[in-house]
Design a protein around this ligand. Structure first.
Ligand SMILES: [Cu+2]
Length: 498
């Protein structure tokens, strides 16, 4: 890329394009210097997030009653500075105790927003002031972390999702515009079985033993007369809370470099995204910079994954940037990209088929640093075992449904490096998430890699993956599948520090 120095200056002046999402400006008056994380009320906070149920218009004839932050979807974009302490008031105007999780940040257990780690709930019709030093830099997000179970209005099925951008101390950005897009579906319904995309991950190699065990278990359940366990489907698909064709287009000029910060805010779905005639130069995954930019024809994001990618606008027209699945795009999963001087109906074209291989984004060799200890984890599904919902276990144990701290299953020593060897004995893809830490991908379906730091990774059906992390943030640490239906029905475990 050859951008003029001007681009950078413009960016610093605050030329930030957001589509359908306003920016919450920090209030800097009356700041205090707290030393703790949960702080008493003393003057105004830097930000206030209010959880309330309000009408939200996805399209002119589709107005939903949704619980959101500050009456908007997505919640306000919060721009923090790395390491610069913020104070935030979270108000809860609903009847449900809430948890606000700072996904991807290295915060302490009392503000992380997971009751399982001991974060206090934000009581119904109450509020809580929290304070923390945002880190690490990059694209993070915040979302509700309450168990929904069979209630499809709660947890991430709601509108309680918003983006966070933490400005690095040194900004390597080189682009004309910066656009934040949150992908999310609404109007969930239960069905027997589902149609999750399966064939996009590479390598495709599955493990015979995992497949054998998963298929035997499913066959035995069906033979007993059980139906397939519930899956969730949706009627409305949106980018920044607007269905395709009902939001403002993203207006660009030929020759611009546009940095997209993409967030999959879904409760349960994996999303894909392509822009006809353009490619994406991925610069960061889950907010963490790659070793070098990697060009791909399209993107895949598991639940809660983020991608920051630069698109060179070199193919004038009026285009749909949308999901590869026709059905999802036709139900709203897309946004219009409009070049200056171009007119007409937005066009879509399916890109040439491509596979999504994490290893492609890093070094093709494993890390030279060996772990001090390896944790083995086997993920299994008990079909329709809980009132028609699938039950999920890690090493045979389902996390209790009361959302409180359970006995930690894995023990850490501060400063040590750990490897988690994950084995998936189910045919589902699991977006696996570790709280309060980043991990490095070490091996994906048999392929070694290094240099990719994430906080969510998709583990393919009947596949294995290895992730490494350094125990550098003491306190209870939750590990779970980010698919709401999976985490709510057992797919969670706790690490503690000894
Ligand atoms: Cu899962």
């Amino acid at each position: 890329m050859n951008r003029t120095p001007n681009s950078r200056r413009d960016f610093l002046k605050g030329i930030v394009v957001t589509t359908g999402s306003s920016i919450a400006l920090p209030r800097l008056l009356g700041r205090t210097s707290p030393t703790q994380n949960a702080v008493p009320y003393s003057g105004p906070a830097d930000y206030t997030l209010t959880i309330a149920t309000k009408p939200i218009e996805l399209a002119p004839n589709r107005i939903l009653s949704l619980t959101t932050y500050n009456g908007q979807f997505p919640g306000p974009l919060l721009r923090f500075k790395e390491g610069q302490r913020v104070e935030i008031d979270v108000r809860n105007e609903t009847d449900t105790p809430e948890q606000l999780h700072w996904h991807g940040q290295f915060v302490s257990t009392d503000v992380d927003g997971a009751a399982e780690e001991g974060t206090p709930f934000i009581p119904p019709h109450g509020s809580r002031r929290i304070s923390f030093e945002p880190k690490p830099s990059g694209l993070r997000f915040y979302h509700s972390h309450v168990r929904a179970g069979a209630n499809l209005a709660l947890g991430q099925y709601s509108g309680l999702v918003g983006p966070v951008y933490i400005e690095p101390k040194q900004n390597p950005g080189n682009y004309d515009h910066e656009i934040f897009l949150t992908l999310k579906e609404f109007q969930p319904t239960l069905s027997r079985g589902g149609d999750m995309a399966q064939d996009f991950l590479s390598p495709e190699q599955t493990v015979a033993a995992l497949k054998g065990s998963g298929e035997r278990s499913m066959k035995a359940s069906l033979a007993k007369g059980n139906p397939h366990g519930y899956e969730v489907g949706y009627d409305s698909f949106t980018i920044n809370g607007r269905m395709l064709g009902h939001g403002e287009p993203i207006r660009v000029k030929a020759g611009q470099h546009v940095l997209f910060h993409l967030l999959n805010g879904s409760a349960t779905e994996i999303r894909s995204l392509a822009l006809p005639g353009h490619s994406f130069s991925v610069i960061a995954m889950d907010g963490n910079p790659l070793l070098k930019p990697v060009r791909v024809p399209g993107l895949w994001l598991g639940t809660a994954e983020r991608i920051s990618a630069i698109v060179e606008m070199n193919h004038p027209g009026v285009w749909i940037m949308g999901d590869l699945a026709d059905d999802d795009r036709h139900h709203g999963m897309g946004i219009v990209i409009e070049y200056a001087g171009s007119k007409g109906k937005p066009q879509w074209a399916q890109p040439s088929p491509f596979k999504w291989n994490y290893a492609h984004f890093g070094h093709p060799v494993g890390s030279s640093t060996q772990p001090d200890e390896v944790f083995e984890m086997l993920f299994e599904k008990q079909n329709a075992a809980l009132d028609g919902f699938n039950q999920w276990t890690i090493n045979g144990v389902a996390y209790p449904a009361d959302q409180m701290s359970a006995k930690p299953s894995f023990h850490l020593h501060e400063g040590r490096r750990y490897r988690i060897r994950m084995r998936n004995a189910s045919d589902d893809i699991h977006p696996i998430h570790l709280h309060r830490h980043s991990f490095e991908l070490a091996r994906i379906a048999g392929q070694p890699t290094s240099g990719i730091f994430k906080d969510v990774v998709m583990l393919g059906g009947y596949q294995e993956a290895e992730i490494d992390f350094v125990a550098n943030n003491p306190g209870l640490t939750l590990f779970h599948c980010h698919q709401q239906l999976h985490m709510d029905f057992g797919f969670m475990t706790l690490f503690d520090y000894l």
